[in-house]
Write a protein that binds this ligand. Structure first.
Ligand SMILES: Nc1ncnc2c1ncn2[C@@H]1O[C@H](COP(=O)(O)OP(=O)(O)OP(=O)(O)O)[C@@H](O)[C@H]1O
Length: 505
């Protein structure tokens, strides 16, 4: 009877425990499970050892490390949503899809061919932490994979490869293109380091919206498409899979728009490199190495950056000087750093480009733009470095037709003839043509817009005529002065000859 009572007690205790466990599982299923598993692993680890494999963001081969880390991040992001249900989601392209990522200190489980593995995301902050508004440059991130020792072979041989492949595919599917720019930031010690920061790349320009000569447009499009699909070709001829474009022409002729159209056509990221914000060649190299495959690296107004005179000393006001005196040592260091001249040199830039181009695996395009091509050092733009030189010039009739189609939705109009003639006689940039064509109010009819453009073109024509006349006058005057001078000298010389007098000037 007593035995029965004891068994009953034991049974009811077990039953209660089971009930509590089930309720716990019901309300905190994931956390509880992971909690038990984690401690079970720790305890049983003495008998059945587990192995841990760590994937650091900045470890190993320079080009591969980021790729592997990113692939794991993207793979685990989806797993995290499935198991942890604690989502850190970024909405991509107006909720078309979401990109998920794993939280730090979160643990995610996965199964591969019946073998269970545990992943955790870790973050190590620098040892000397302080409250600062500076970026967290020294932060180290990694993923750790834990698996039972007896499955080590399977995991290292097959599973990791599978994760990297899957992760890359997911990342490509969820890819959200970015526009990177290099901003000077400061590490924990106050030293300046230029680093990339990004925003979503959403420039709407495409080759359809680009107003330019249609043959040239086709040629550039074909060139880009050929390049982007020519991996095998580049391998065969033993050259790095890179292409350089030099875009030149007056301001407002569409150089920036063309870069956006290129990136949109190829689905590439854009890195807008501000050379004057780069302190030295080593930093430039680091920035360039830190660009991803499938990217367009842009250096705008290369003529202005390439004197590489970042050495534009700011005129200090009295207030600046006082503030400087009062500031703490680190702020002082930052201010001194800001004043430091950019030591990037032409040869440094060329070495970086050529070095980067020959050592990176993936496809990259580099674009230089300038308003003054004649100012550039030939070494910088020689073929092989800048493979294609593209002149973007004043608006031609072909370009105008693109604007008319896009802005006014017309292919022809009775005023087109007049516009064609005027465009041939003037030099108006596409930016100005676009501005005149754009309807200024809801009541603006097509005819109003075209007439406004005709008026602007007529004004530009008159202005050009006046300028041409003034130039001719100036040239004529100069010619006359020259003649007078020459004649004067000749007369004086004749007189000297005749009188036998030597005149010294
Ligand atoms: N060829 C073009 N096709 C379509 N739009 C153009 C073109 N050229 C200029 N535009 C329009 O004019 C504006 C200025 O053009 P954009 O910035 O591309 O010129 P840019 O040559 O890069 O000028 P800058 O040398 O001053 O940087 C853009 O907003 C764009 O809409």
């Amino acid at each position: 009877m007593v035995m029965m009572g004891e068994m009953w007690n034991l049974g009811s205790t077990m039953g209660t425990l089971m009930l509590v466990y089930t309720l716990f599982r019901q309300f905190f299923p994931h956390h509880l499970q992971l909690y038990f598993e984690k401690y079970f692993r720790k305890v049983s680890g003495f008998i059945y050892p587990y192995v841990e494999i760590t994937f650091d963001e900045f470890a190993g081969d320079f080009f591969k490390r980021n790729e592997a880390y990113s692939a794991i991040k993207s793979y685990l992001g989806d797993k995290s949503s499935a198991s942890a249900k604690r989502l850190k989601a970024n909405v991509v392209k107006d909720t078309e899809s979401v990109v998920l990522s794993m939280d730090y200190n979160e643990e995610v489980t996965d199964k591969f061919e019946g073998v269970k593995v545990w992943w955790s995301a870790n973050r190590t902050l620098p040892s000397t932490q302080r409250i600062s508004w500076f970026s967290d440059d020294d932060e180290k991130r990694s993923y750790t994979l834990t698996v039972h020792k007896r499955h080590r072979e399977l995991i290292t041989r097959s599973y990791i490869g599978y994760v990297l492949k899957e992760g890359k595919e997911r990342a490509t599917r969820n890819r959200r293109r970015k526009l990177y720019s290099n901003n000077p930031s400061h590490d924990w010690h106050g030293y300046r380091r230029s680093k990339w920061s990004d925003v979503p790349f959403e420039h709407p320009a495409t080759f359809d919206t680009l107003a330019m000569d249609s043959n040239l447009k086709e040629e550039i499009k074909n060139d880009l498409i050929k390049f982007s699909t020519a991996k095998d070709y580049y391998v065969r001829i033993g050259k790095a899979w890179k292409r350089g474009y030099l875009l030149y022409g007056p301001p407002g002729t569409g150089k920036s728009s063309m870069i956006a159209a290129m990136a949109n056509l190829l689905d590439y990221d854009v890195y807008d490199l501000e050379l004057t914000a780069v302190k030295e060649n080593a930093e430039l190299r680091r920035l360039l190495l830190d660009t991803s495959n499938k990217s367009v690296v842009v250096i705008e107004d290369i003529d202005c950056s390439l004197d590489l005179t970042g050495q534009r000393e700011r005129n200090k006001t009295e207030k600046d000087k006082k503030d400087e005196d009062r500031s703490d040592p680190i702020t002082k260091k930052i201010k001194e750093d800001e004043k430091t001249e950019s030591k990037v040199t032409l040869s440094g830039l060329l070495n970086c480009i050529d070095g980067l181009w020959s050592s990176c695996g993936g496809e990259r395009i580099i674009v230089f733009t300038t308003n003054y091509v004649e100012k550039l050092d030939p070494a910088l733009i020689r073929r092989g470095r800048m493979d294609k030189h593209i002149e973007l010039s004043y608006c031609c009739f072909d370009a105008f037709k693109v604007f008319a189609k896009n802005y006014l939705e017309i292919d022809s109009h009775s005023l087109f003839g007049e516009i064609e003639t005027l465009l041939g006689e003037t030099e108006m940039t596409p930016a100005d043509v676009a501005e005149n064509l754009m309807p200024k109010s809801n009541n603006d009819e097509v005819e109003t817009c075209l007439s406004r453009l005709i008026e602007a073109l007529n004004d530009a024509k008159k202005k050009k005529k006046a300028e041409d006349e003034a130039r001719l006058m100036a040239e004529k005057k100069e010619e006359e002065n020259k003649e007078v001078k020459e004649n004067g000298v000749a007369t004086a010389a004749d007189e000297v000859k005749e009188n036998g007098v030597t005149v010294s000037h």
